[in-house]
Design a protein around this ligand. Structure first.
Ligand SMILES: Nc1nc2c(c(=O)[nH]1)N[C@H]1C(S)=C(S)[C@@H](COP(=O)(O)O)O[C@H]1N2
Ligand SMILES: [Mo]
Length: 390
């Protein structure tokens, strides 16, 4: 816990059980790091402060939580089943989780999971919903089987165009007939090597909050496509039309609009690959340097949806000039990349470090909030941290 605070808790052994240091606003979510910022507790929604995303592989307790409904109770992984159905499947089949593990080859990938609404808090006029800042993102290692291997096993009809998922979470109303969320992806994304049906995160069972015992993972796409507590997949002969797939959910205007515009539903397009983005994970915003300490090592991660990040830059003069950073290759496709840079500050005063990634198509992160949209998705503006030299 001292790591989250940034200092050891000297008399920590005296802290009564169940009492949380006041620097944390609330008791943590079960299984989650106490430093996560809780945005909502009914349902649970929590994001990870940038400095807690410093590890190259996001630890399970630091992965954000975005729930639309209630977490399922009394899960028994030994009796868990996954049904594959829908009008474009040749043979509807139901597998137990143990059968899936035995029958299909296992794969592990580090895959970036980012909520489509990450960064929503900066839009103006504001968008309703969880006010995510920068922390609805993470990149753990996922282990499971390829979705395409299972789809091949049931056989796809020639009219298959989309898949949709169903999970075992419970609607906030408590009504068992209501589906919390049921989204999906086109068949082309579903058939990628990295599209997984996963049961493990960093070599352990999935955390309950992140979909235990089984979930989908589509790296680089809005995380809302990565269905948790997965119990059924349907193969569709049209774009899947489950709850939160239609209307304004996870859609942006097909053409750019002025902030505050009343957009028609028919002018909204489904979000697919996420835009290029980066985060500064060290130092924590608010770092204070003494005047003698003129240089500072910065680091963080960058990702670009289905693409790779090709360059990374930082600025200490509000974007007037940029310094190129060292940038790693992804460990596998759809994993975030790591960058670092050394900067020095000319004299005492207040500075900001801005970080800007460029994707393999040459697209850069904007310095200001881009593309206003009614639901507040896809804010990939540069991450900024404050640094003071005293
Ligand atoms: N069954 C189910 N799957 C779900 C959700 C949900 O509420 N229920 N939320 C989705 C959304 S909007 C996001 S951003 C991701 C969040 O994944 P995480 O909580 O593991 O970080 O899960 C997606 N899958
Ligand atoms: Mo999301």
């Amino acid at each position: 816990m001292g790591i989250a605070i940034g200092a050891p808790i000297v008399f920590g052994h005296n802290l009564p059980k169940g009492v949380w240091p006041v620097v944390f606003s609330e008791e943590p979510i079960p299984g989650k790091h106490p430093g996560l910022s809780i945005l909502n507790d009914k349902p649970w929604n929590a994001e990870t402060p940038a400095h807690l995303l410093d590890e190259k592989v996001t630890p399970a307790d630091k992965l954000f939580v975005r729930n639309n409904g209630k977490v399922p109770e009394d899960i028994d992984k030994n009796s868990w089943t996954l049904e594959i159905g829908g009008e474009s499947v040749k043979n509807v089949k139901t597998y137990t989780l143990n059968e899936l593990k035995q029958k299909f080859k296992h794969y592990s990938y580090q895959l970036t999971l980012e909520c489509g609404g990450n960064g929503r808090s900066e839009f103006n006029p504001p968008a309703k919903g969880n006010q995510w800042t920068t922390g609805a993102v993470g990149c753990p290692k996922w282990t499971g089987i390829r979705l395409k291997d299972v789809l091949t096993d049931v056989g796809l009809k020639s009219d298959a165009v989309y898949i949709g998922y169903y999970g075992k979470d419970v609607h906030l109303s408590g009504d068992p007939s209501k589906v919390v969320i049921s989204r999906g992806v086109p068949i082309s994304k579903a058939m990628e090597d990295e599209a997984l049906i996963a049961w493990a995160l960093n070599d352990e069972d999935l955390p309950l909050m992140n979909g235990y015992p089984l979930r989908l993972i589509f790296g680089g796409w809005p995380a809302s496509t990565s269905g948790k507590w997965l119990s059924k997949i349907v193969v569709r002969n049209k774009v899947h039309d489950g709850p939160k797939m239609t209307g304004f959910s996870y859609k942006v205007p097909c053409e750019t609009v002025a902030p505050g515009t009343d957009v028609l539903e028919e002018d909204m397009c489904i979000i697919e690959s996420m835009p290029v983005k980066s985060i500064i994970t060290y130092p924590k915003s608010g770092a204070v340097l003494s005047e003698g300490q003129t240089s500072l090592s910065l680091r963080g991660h960058a990702w670009a949806g289905d693409l790779e990040v090709s360059e990374m830059h930082v600025s200490i003069d509000f974007g007037a000039s940029w310094v190129k950073c060292a940038l790693s290759k992804p460990v596998n496709r759809l994993a975030w990349q790591h960058w670092n840079a050394e900067v020095s500050f000319p004299k005492k005063g207040y500075y900001e470090v801005w970080a800007k990634a460029t994707d393999s198509n040459g697209k850069m992160q904007p310095m200001v909030v881009p593309g206003w949209n009614p639901r507040g998705y896809l804010n990939n503006a540069c991450h900024r941290i404050a640094v003071k030299v005293i």
